[in-house]
Design a protein around this ligand. Structure first.
Ligand SMILES: Cc1ncc(COP(=O)(O)O)c(C=O)c1O
Length: 391
């Protein structure tokens, strides 16, 4: 696999590229990568297509795919999960919304960290519930949760659920053991359930472990952990994810809330997830090394640009860029005028930032740095897209 490839994604109508179609803006927003799938995934999909049979398939009957998830969790996190804990879902976003329906009642409140992945921020209001925001703090050069704010929010008797994102999107931090311990203590003390979105867990670039929430002894009964192969293996369009729910009562409530709303997971997604977790270790390690080099390059170069500041993310292929020193009214418009299309910080909860996706060929990053330095004079505001209008 050559990660330096720049595949043409127009034929597959990639959302990332469609947004800026017809402009010269380099899309660096939505969180999928520019990398073609690993061969074993493609082979498994080809074989599945060649069957020519796509009738109803209950994911619980795909014991090989379930075994691949169980083995992956054991190999990657030292977490021995029971196959019965697994609930397949067609995505992580529907899963955390189902979790809200499973455990919350009218009048309950949901805690979320900010800045955060926009659908996590939106989930409380979608479900007509109040959101309690807790901020993020910089500690020893690394973003983490504001734990005092978490404690305070959890004290609210109406606080029922904390939807967490670990590793964090957009900041790329990975929670440490003592931090997860603290979250566990707070959630137990105030009887707040935890829904942990761990979609980026397999994209840790530094030498730090990922600690799945539901593997924590104090959280096993008190949480749901959401994972997927989708980010790591670039199969998000196939719509497959899973919830790991050790507590049978919570699992039954989740399944009940999903009934009639969530479809069974797509058979292609199931096949791809199985192949990803079973046969793609070499590709995976190669990708991690490539992403790490990409990150180091981008962090170094962006920190040289006047007005921009970044902290190296321990995980994800996302870079949270602090543009507050630019003192421009619209950071997104500033980027687009330079020919870069990042995710707008305002959508994550901080308009002074923007988020760059570095899951792409290094050549794109060289180009992006050039553009951010203002070296593409021809790329001026005329190509700018009104993102607010398109969201
Ligand atoms: C933290 C986080 N959760 C969930 C998702 C999307 O999950 P899905 O496509 O499985 O609904 C993303 C995608 O960017 C994400 O970053």
């Amino acid at each position: 696999m050559d990660f330096n490839d720049k595949p043409d994604r127009s034929r597959s109508k990639a959302y990332k590229w469609e947004r800026y179609k017809g402009t010269e803006i380099l899309p660096m927003w939505i969180a999928d990568t520019e990398f073609r799938c690993a061969e074993p995934i493609l082979a498994a999909l080809h074989q599945r297509i060649d069957d020519g049979l796509f009738g109803y398939t209950h994911p619980d009957h795909d014991v090989e795919a379930i075994a691949a998830v169980v083995a992956w969790c054991h190999r990657r996190y030292g977490w021995q999960i029971d196959p019965s804990w697994l609930v397949w879902t067609p995505g992580i976003v529907p899963a955390f919304n189902v979790m809200i329906n499973a455990v919350c009642q009218a009048g309950d409140k949901i805690i979320v960290q900010t800045p955060n992945y926009p659908p996590i921020l939106a989930a409380p209001s979608i479900n007509k519930l109040e959101r309690l925001c807790i901020g993020s703090v910089l500690e020893q050069g690394r973003w983490t949760l504001d734990f005092d704010a978490l404690e305070k929010a959890a004290e609210d008797p109406k606080a029922r659920l904390f939807i967490m994102c670990n590793p964090m999107n957009p900041m790329g931090s990975v929670l440490k053991q003592d931090e997860l311990d603290r979250i566990a203590d707070i959630c137990r003390k105030h009887d707040v359930l935890l829904c942990s979105d761990e979609i980026h867990a397999d994209l840790i670039l530094d030498d730090v472990p990922h600690l799945p929430a539901s593997a924590h002894p104090k959280l096993a009964d008190h949480s749901v952990t959401l994972m997927a192969a989708s980010k790591t293996f670039n199969i998000a369009g196939l719509g497959a994810a899973f919830a790991i729910i050790p507590n049978p009562t919570l699992r039954a409530a989740f399944n009940l809330a999903a009934r009639g709303i969530l479809p069974w997971v797509n058979v292609a997604g199931l096949t791809a997830t199985h192949a990803a977790f079973k046969h793609c270790d070499a590709w995976y390690q190669q990708q991690l090394a490539y992403l790490k080099d990409n990150r180091d390059f981008l962090v170094r170069e962006i920190n040289k640009i006047d007005g921009l500041k970044v902290i190296s993310p321990a995980a994800t292929f996302l870079l949270w860029v602090d543009a507050s020193e630019l003192a421009v009214a619209d950071t997104q418009a500033w980027c687009e005028a330079r020919g870069i299309g990042p995710s707008a910080g305002r959508d994550f909860g901080d308009k002074h930032f923007f988020r760059l996706n570095f899951g792409c060929a290094r050549a794109y990053l060289v180009d992006a740095v050039n553009r951010l330095q203002g070296n593409k004079a021809s790329l001026t505001g005329h190509n700018s897209v009104d993102l607010a209008e398109k969201e």
